[in-house]
Ligand binder design. Sequence first.
Ligand SMILES: [Zn+2]
Ligand SMILES: [Zn+2]
Length: 460
Amino acid sequence: MAPRSRQRRHKKPPSSVTPMVVTPPTVVTSVPLTLSKPDPSIDALGFFSLDNNVPGLSQLILQKLNMKSYEEYKLVLDGGASVSGFGFGCLQEMFQKMEDTFRFCAHCRALPSGLSDSKVLRQCKRCRNVYYCGPECQRSDWPEHRKVCQELRLVAVDRLMEWLLVTGAFVLPSGPWPCLAEVVQGWDTWFSMRCLQLDATLDAVLGSHAMTTLWANVRRPKPDPDVLQGSLKRLLTDALSRPLTLGLGLRALGIDVGKTGGSTVHVVGASHVETFLTHPGDYDELGYMFPGHLGLCVIMVGIDVCAGLTQSTSTSPLEPGTVQLSGHRGLYHDFWEEQVETGQIAHPDLVVAFHPGFHASPDLMEAWLPTLLLLRDYEIPTLITVYSHQELAASLQILVDLDTHITAYGANPFASLKPEEVYSNPNKQPVYCNAYYIMFLGSSCQLDKKQLEEKVDGEV
Ligand SMILES: [Zn+2]
Ligand SMILES: [Zn+2]
């Protein structure tokens, strides 16, 4: 099987490989919102490559979002254009248009526009996620679809429930951890630690007006409370996977967060995925993981970092016990030369790349190479994440070929538990964000190199 590619863009022109964030204009608030998280496969292949699997899909999405072109869509994502002009009349219409972007035959790929008048696309009744142009397609597809139908059912619920996170109706539990941080080694211990607080939060959301409004507007039956609760928990792991994975890296690489002046983490190759709708408090959980820390500064660096985050960047000094989140738009090696080497921004104690995906294509590898070599040669503790075991193997091979000194790799105890559908190819096995990690530090030939330098120096 060909490697699934779903990496973040690092250096490509905007139209080629860009994460997809569906941005429904809304009547609820004036800021652009996202309902569905970027699809992994779209990250990799780009917005227009959706058409490789389902011809015409990219146009359908633009049309449903009332946008004329990809440029317009991108502008809204960047926060450079008002979305008010696209306004939907009501919430119901918005959910309907969102759902319409999923409407194509999962078997023959027909779009509604390509069907004869007598035919309509009908949903798989089990998952309520994929569509078929008729019983023949549904029957022929079942042997494949049955393997993922169950998981896609969760995807369909999560996609709608995400609205509660976006509108702020579902606020993640926060505050210092009520136990020794060392005890929390994964989701099991995290959930039991937050148990009391979490139960209260989930009960409040389940009984909220926002929940009722949501299901009244989506034209499908409201699932049972335990299904809804499961979804909220998955969304929570998805939101907290990134800060806690940074914490995993700080822990595993033995980084001292009691350093005077605070510690700095760079998130490289950051894009819309990490920065769109990011709030200042989103990484607070990282701080609670290290009680007594002297300040943690998280800087997102990438050419697709959302304008909102770079604008909100604070210049105030890092206070002990606080987590400061900021963004910088640009390529990492440029950022390094202009900001880090000149001393304007602190040297990173840890560098993290979420799903860099350099294994996926020579183009992406070429784009990532300067950054990888820089991290290796400056001996910066680095952590990367990947979506699957297959990607783990491919990425490890590349890092070994680059002579990086790999210190650890494996399944991430703080992986997202929310399945991600491969949007334009729904029968592909769903994947999970940050499923595996790799950590490296410097070069595996470091010793040889040092010895060599000593030898050369000695000879001079
Ligand atoms: Zn069909
Ligand atoms: Zn199904």
